[in-house]
Design a protein around this ligand. Structure first.
Ligand SMILES: [Zn+2]
Ligand SMILES: [Zn+2]
Length: 283
């Protein structure tokens, strides 16, 4: 791959990108010391919209994301929230957790349920518990009228079975931070499910993932930082933040042979469609 030289966050080409970070954990404590500066850098890099994914070990994570979205409803970076319990942690869910999740799924500024899904790489919750919780979160999303944001690692076949049974594509559904094979990507697209790429696609070892990206039609492709994790090249290893989305979009644009501004616009429109936001943002 031809790589650009490291560049500052300011767009030096003169063509401002209009970016939508479809999956960011900006509620996290990693950003407590400098969240305003992080959001200012995001805006300077062209990130005008982002969805804060409030899905961690507990209800408090989701509540934090909902509060952050409420506080940033008017921008300058517009923030919405998604709520869930991460597949790592579903073994600890109680009836009270499920009740609170159902309430939060209907809270103002909440536009999705998740991340939910299956992670057979770490297996931090028993697989059957993960499968049961994933199906239940899809039902919860249907009841609340929300799309589903999925975290799937080393579990794509089981995931597709659950997504099919829950008719998740009808709700709107994205596989976030996709790390499967090209055939997995095609299978999701065939089901009517969106596929989102993070900074991993820029990593030197990610050739198979780049092949997968080439198989996703533009109308199904989303981009995300998944910050504070997974900073793209040339920033790999640093704390990730929404401003760095630009590097992933420029890299993908080069891979796909499209102008970066076009890829930014289309992936942003796809995210707005998934989360049911008007393209100009939702009050
Ligand atoms: Zn994830
Ligand atoms: Zn995430």
């Amino acid at each position: 791959m031809v790589r650009r030289e490291p560049s500052p966050n300011q767009n030096d080409s003169g063509n401002a990108l209009d970016l939508f970070d479809s999956h960011a954990h900006v509620d996290g404590s990693e950003f407590d010391a400098d969240r305003d500066a992080v959001l200012a850098r995001a805006l300077a890099a062209g990130v005008r919209r982002l969805v804060c994914i409030g899905s961690g070990p507990d209800v408090a994570t989701a509540e934090r994301a909902v509060a952050l979205a409420a506080a940033h409803a008017a921008g300058p970076v517009e923030i919405w929230a998604s709520i869930g319990i991460h597949p790592h942690d579903v073994v600890h869910m109680t009836d009270a957790t499920w009740t609170r999740m159902a309430e939060l799924a209907r809270a103002p500024r909440v536009v999705a349920v998740g991340e939910t899904g299956l992670d057979y790489h770490y297996d931090l919750s028993p697989r059957q518990t993960q499968r049961d919780a994933f199906a239940r979160f899809i039902d919860l999303a249907r009841a609340a009228g929300q799309p589903v944001c999925c975290h799937i690692r080393d579990a794509h076949e089981d995931a597709r079975a659950i997504l099919r049974a829950g008719r998740a594509a009808e709700l709107g559904c994205v596989i976030h931070c996709f790390t499967g094979t090209p055939a997995d990507a095609e299978a999701y697209v065939d089901m009517g499910i969106d596929v989102s790429f993070s900074g991993i696609v820029t990593f030197k070892t990610a050739e198979e993932l780049r092949q997968a990206a080439l198989r996703v039609p533009l109308e199904r492709l989303l981009v995300e930082t998944d910050c504070p994790y997974l900073a793209p090249l040339p920033l790999r290893g640093k704390r990730n933040e929404p401003a760095y989305l630009r590097h992933t979009v420029e890299f993908l644009a080069e891979l796909l042979g499209r102008p970066a501004a076009e890829l930014a616009r289309i992936s942003g429109a796809n995210a707005a469609r998934l989360y049911r936001l008007p393209s100009a943002g939702k009050a």
